[in-house]
Design a protein around this ligand. Structure first.
Ligand code: ZN
Ligand code: ZN
Length: 388
């Protein structure tokens, strides 16, 4: 929970035991894995406890993913004051610090990923990236990277009075509901402690699992990876390779079927006027990044192969990649031409518009054909590759 920091630029923070965090995290974890099962074994679970857990886990989890992460840390959309307040209130309930601190460290994570200035640097090990950085290091926070957040009085109030916000949202609210409904102990064990632990480790999996396991779909040079299971546990934050490559996009799961309730919530809130200016990267930029990553993953695998095979495959790869790039570029320019005409011509069945649409479809088909050949080529290589 509370992490304190000292200035130590360009170097790994000194080893240090943060007793306050250690007691809080170990205590909540142990009560969750020992106390909660004993309580359930003895008393069973009543619908109230399940509903309280589901509501609070969803509200605090979404406040972190939609609010702390995509709204405040990355400014991927704009929000109405109601959404801002709920993000700050339920975000505080996650006991992951004030958004001012969280966003500062998260911006550093993106800027300095995989280096010693990354607060949860995976190069220092899985455990360190998961929770060790909170328990055993004394970090620097340079708040100059969150000057934009400083303008918002509510954000600064949450930062200055963080404990008040966190205890009210995370402890007093569930306990009041529990006392009112006659399930005080269940509310404490399941709605407070169990839920805090669940949301903590869900968030921490993004820093550990998603920088260790999964697929480097969009960038092979950083440790961030896409992992569908973490997406399931974290309201869609597991598509971490995409997120590190395009942090300004309000989506993390970019395909329509990707499990990303956070992007659906932001989109739905936009429909009722509570969010606006949702940022999306062009699908052509996304495809281009994906193709570069695929090409570079072949190149990386080839480094371990015999020279003759490597040289021949690299030559072939280069030719196919250029074909793919040209086909993508061609498709994109036809889409641009069609979009321009569409905005200029009022009669949508106009022959000019129809022929532009025909060119878009032909260019798309050509790209998909070249892409199929590219996948086939990768599939036939004696390398452990999987292009999807
Ligand atoms: Zn990351
Ligand atoms: Zn991020």
């Amino acid at each position: 929970m509370i992490v304190t920091y000292t200035k130590m630029e360009n170097s790994r923070p000194p080893l240090y035991i943060n007793w306050r965090n250690l007691v809080f995290f170990a205590g909540t974890f142990l009560v969750s894995v020992i106390g909660v099962p004993i309580y359930i074994y003895r008393n069973g679970l009543v619908p109230f406890e399940i509903a309280l857990f589901a509501f609070l886990a969803t509200a605090t989890g979404m406040a972190i993913t939609v609010g702390y992460h995509r709204l405040f840390a990355h400014r991927t959309f704009k929000a109405n004051p109601v959404v801002i307040f709920l993000s700050l209130f339920f975000g505080a309930a996650a006991f992951e610090e004030s958004v001012f601190q969280w966003a500062s460290q998260h911006r550093d994570h993106h800027r300095y990923v995989d280096t010693e200035r990354d607060p949860y640097n995976i190069k220092q090990g899985f455990f360190y990236a998961h929770i060790g950085w909170i328990l055993f290091r004394n970090h620097t926070i340079d708040y100059r990277n969150v000057k934009d957040l400083e303008q918002n009085k509510l954000i600064m109030h949450q930062h200055r009075h963080y404990i008040l916000w966190a205890v009210t949202a995370s402890v007093l609210l569930p306990l009041a509901i529990g006392a009112f409904s006659g399930h005080l102990l269940g509310a404490f064990l399941i709605g407070v402690v169990g839920r805090i632990t669940f949301v903590h480790h869900g968030t921490f999996f993004i820093n550990s699992v998603c920088h260790y396991f999964g697929k480097s779909t969009y960038d092979v040079h950083v440790s961030a990876k896409d992992h569908w299971l973490v997406a399931l546990l974290t309201n869609g934050e597991g598509y971490h390779s995409f997120h590190h490559r395009f942090p300004s996009d309000y989506r993390n799961g970019v395909r329509w079927y990707h499990w990303d309730p956070s992007k659906w919530a932001i989109w739905l809130l936009a429909r009722i006027g509570l969010t606006r200016d949702l940022k999306r990267v062009s699908k052509f930029h996304i495809l281009a990044a994906r193709l570069v990553a695929e090409k570079e993953s072949v190149e990386l695998h080839l480094e371990r192969e015999p020279h003759a095979f490597r040289a021949m495959t690299l030559e072939n790869l280069k030719v196919r990649y250029e074909q793919l790039k040209t086909a993508l570029h061609n498709w994109e320019s036809h889409v641009r031409e069609y979009t321009q005409l569409y905005s200029e011509i009022s009669n949508k069945s106009d022959a000019l518009l129809q022929s532009a649409l025909h060119r878009v479809r032909a260019a798309q088909e050509q790209f998909l054909n070249v892409r199929d050949q590219w996948r086939q080529f990768a599939h036939e290589l004696p390398l452990p590759l999987s292009f999807s």
